[in-house]
Design a protein around this ligand. Structure first.
Ligand SMILES: Nc1ncnc2c1ncn2[C@@H]1O[C@H](COP(=O)(O)OP(=O)(O)OP(=O)(O)O)[C@@H](O)[C@H]1O
Ligand SMILES: [Mg+2]
Length: 282
C-alpha cells in the first residue's frame, strides 16, 4: 500500500488511503467535453509536478487517442480489467506527456461491460483495482455518456466527480440525471463519492444562451457551479488527432491552457490539494 503523498493536505476518505483523489469526469449527455476535461485537467496537474493516472472507461477511447500516439490492436485495456483477464498494473502505460500514465480503453469495452452483468462485484472492479495501486497523486477517470457498467465502476471508484456542461439544455438535464445516479450509488453504500463541481464548456460571453445556461445551473446548484469556464476554442478539436494535450499544441495567447490552469487551480482548492508552484495562489 502506498504512503500518503505530502502534497495532500488532508485525507479524502478514512477507509481508502490507496489513492486519495480519484476524479471521475462524467455527464450522461454526450459530447459535452468529458474527454477534453479529463485529459487537459490531468495535463494541468502534471505540469504542476503531480503524478496523474488517466483511466479511460469509454469504448470510444477519446482520452486514449489524445494521450497515446498509438495503441496496438492486441493491447490490454480497461476492457480486460473489467472481465478479469488483466490487472490494472499490467494495462497502465506511460502517455506521451511526462507525469501522466494511462490505462487505455478500446472498443472491446462495449462487449466487456455486457459480459459482466451477472458477475458478483461487477460495480466495484475498478475501485478494488485502484486500491492496491501505488505511485500516483491523482487518478482522473474519463467516462462514457451512457450509464453502463463502465460508468458505474467509474463512479463507485471515484472520490469526487466533475461534470462538464455546455449551454445545451440536454447537457444541463444531464447534470440532474447524473446527480441522481450518484445519489443512488451513495444510498446503496457502494461509495461515498461526492460532486466537486460543474464546469461550463464552450463558454462564449457573446452568446446570451451561454450566460442563461450559467444562471440556470447557478440557481439550481449554487456553489457547485465552478467559477472557471472553458471557453470555445477550436484548438481542443485538434488534440485527439494530434495525440497531444492543449499544453503541447497551443500557441500564444494560449487561452485553452489558461482556462485549464484556472480549472485545476479551483479544483485543487476545493480538494485542499497543495501544488508545487503558485498556481493555487494565482
Ligand atoms: N471548449 C471547447 N471549444 C470548442 N470545442 C470543444 C471544446 N471542448 C471540447 N470541444 C470539442 O467538442 C467535441 C466533444 O468533446 P469531448 O469529446 O471532450 O466530449 P465528450 O463529452 O467526451 O463526448 P462523449 O460523450 O462522446 O464521450 C470534441 O470535438 C472536442 O474537441
Ligand atoms: Mg468522451
Amino acid at each position: 500500500m502506498r504512503s500518503r503523498s505530502k502534497k495532500f493536505a488532508q485525507p479524502c476518505s478514512s477507509d481508502d488511503d490507496a489513492v486519495m483523489y480519484t476524479i471521475a469526469v462524467t455527464n450522461r449527455k454526450g459530447g459535452v467535453g468529458k474527454s477534453t476535461v479529463a485529459v487537459n485537467l490531468a495535463a494541468a496537474w502534471a505540469q504542476e509536478g503531480l503524478r496523474v493516472l488517466v483511466v479511460d472507461m469509454d469504448s470510444q477511447a477519446s482520452a486514449t487517442a489524445t494521450l497515446l500516439d498509438e495503441l496496438a490492436p492486441d493491447a490490454q485495456t480497461t476492457a480486460h480489467l473489467l472481465v478479469g483477464t488483466a490487472s490494472l498494473e499490467t494495462i497502465i502505460r506511460p502517455s506521451n506527456r511526462a507525469g501522466i500514465d494511462v490505462a487505455p480503453a478500446s472498443k472491446e469495452l462495449t462487449h466487456a461491460q455486457l459480459s459482466i452483468v451477472a458477475k458478483t462485484g461487477r460495480e466495484t472492479i475498478l475501485r478494488r483495482a485502484l486500491k492496491s495501486l501505488a505511485g500516483y497523486d491523482l487518478v482522473v477517470i474519463d467516462t462514457a455518456p451512457e450509464h453502463q457498467l463502465g460508468t458505474a465502476n467509474s463512479l463507485v471508484a471515484a472520490s469526487h466527480v466533475v461534470m462538464p456542461f455546455t449551454p445545451d439544455p440536454k447537457a444541463i438535464e444531464g447534470l440532474a440525471t447524473t446527480s441522481e445516479v450518484i445519489a443512488e450509488i451513495v444510498a446503496a453504500e457502494l461509495s461515498q463519492v461526492s460532486i466537486l463541481g460543474f464546469v461550463q464548456i464552450a463558454y462564449d460571453r457573446r452568446l446570451a444562451v451561454t450566460e442563461e445556461a450559467r444562471a440556470q445551473v447557478r440557481e439550481a446548484y449554487g456553489a457547485l457551479l465552478l467559477d472557471s469556464k472553458i471557453r470555445t476554442n477550436t484548438n481542443f478539436i485538434v488534440c485527439p488527432a494530434w495525440h497531444r494535450d492543449i499544453f503541447q499544441i497551443e500557441k500564444p495567447p494560449r487561452r485553452g491552457c489558461e482556462d485549464f490552469r484556472a480549472l485545476a487551480s479551483e479544483l485543487s482548492e476545493r480538494l485542499a490539494l497543495r501544488l508545487s508552484s503558485s498556481v493555487v495562489a494565482a
